[in-house]
Write a protein that binds this ligand. Structure first.
Ligand SMILES: [Fe+2]
Ligand SMILES: [Fe+2]
Length: 180
């Protein structure tokens, strides 16, 4: 419990004070094509930074533990995993509110996320919970590979836990995503 609160606080602090730099822009350009960059650049700065940090962290994890994996694929997964958040852009404060509601009143959060599937009033909750599948659908339309889509779709272990048949790239993404 304490570890989770510290993690969330760190995440908020990171969102407030980390900057999306020129080095991040160059990193993104080297892994995403122009269409992908056009969607990626619609994310708020803190989400872009988060994606770049997760992508770099994935490369680091693979470098140490899974050197045979395709580094490019890992970087693309890290950069694109939260792309569904472009559909309903949240400020850092709104995002923190959603996290707090989810943490302290999970039943209410689940109910609102379900309502938001059809009711635009609660759409923010639906997108927040299902940003993985929303993002995968966006990327499918611009021709991203099925392999990447299936990992992005299930990247949030709170929506779908890691299964025995899931690829190691998903495990690495979840590990990198949970530390930033
Ligand atoms: Fe996510
Ligand atoms: Fe993420």
């Amino acid at each position: 419990m304490l570890a989770k609160i510290i993690y969330r606080f760190k995440q908020f602090w990171f969102g407030m004070f980390s900057r999306y730099t020129k080095a991040d822009v160059a990193f993104v350009r080297s892994y995403l094509n122009l269409e992908e960059q056009a969607i990626f650049n619609q994310l708020p700065g803190f989400d872009k930074k988060h994606a770049a940090v997760v992508a770099r962290k994935m490369i680091d994890i693979a470098h140490d533990d899974y050197p045979h994996l395709d580094q490019r694929k890992l970087a693309r997964l890290g950069l694109l995993h939260d792309i569904g958040k472009v559909v309903e852009k949240n400020s850092l404060i709104t995002k923190s509110m959603l996290v707090i509601i989810r943490y302290f009143t999970p039943k209410l959060y689940e109910e609102l996320a379900e309502k938001g599937r059809t009711n635009p009033r609660w759409r923010r909750y639906y997108i927040h919970k299902h940003h993985g599948s929303v993002g995968a659908e966006l990327l499918r339309r611009i021709g991203v590979s099925a392999e990447i889509l299936s990992i992005i779709k299930k990247h949030d272990p709170r929506v779908e836990p890691f299964g025995p048949d899931d690829p190691v790239e998903l495990k690495i993404l979840q590990e990198a995503d949970s530390t930033y």
